[in-house]
Design a protein around this ligand. Structure first.
Ligand code: 5GP
Ligand code: ZN
Length: 116
């Protein structure tokens, strides 16, 4: 266990409903889904937020985005989805470990611009 809940989830030390895993990222279903499809994609490396990334993290950032459509399509949102990365206090980030929200389902996400 570490002091980061998402690091522990990525290592399997805290259970999660896994959606995908590869060498760089881990994806799982949000515990409080806001839409029928609500998946979080996290870096396996601990990166606190988009405010903390460096050039060496570009492969991780690319992977998070490049797998997003397949993940959405494989989990009930083939016609599109919304991708959100909350960053810092102003961005409404609650868990300080970089993660992409994939939000979707069978109906348009609509006017929602944030999770609040
Ligand atoms: P943030 O506000 O940091 O962008 O989003 C954090 C997200 O993580 C929230 O949507 C919240 O429901 C989700 N979350 C927090 N703790 C856990 C957990 O232990 N398991 C899962 N599956 N999701 C979590
Ligand atoms: Zn972490």
């Amino acid at each position: 266990m570490t002091n980061c809940i998402f690091c522990d989830i990525a290592k399997g030390e805290i259970p999660s409903q896994k959606a995908y895993e590869d060498d760089l990222v881990y994806a799982f279903h949000d515990i409080r889904p806001l839409r029928p499809t609500h998946i979080l994609v996290i870096s396996k490396k601990h990166i606190a937020s988009l405010a903390e990334v460096s050039a060496e993290d570009e492969a991780i950032l690319g992977r998070i985005l490049s797998i997003s459509h397949k993940l959405a399509a494989d989990h009930g949102s083939a016609e599109g989805f919304r991708a959100i990365i909350n960053t810092g206090r102003i961005g409404g980030q609650e868990v300080p470990h970089l993660h992409l929200h994939i939000l979707g389902g069978s109906e348009p996400v609509g006017a929602m611009v944030s999770k609040n």
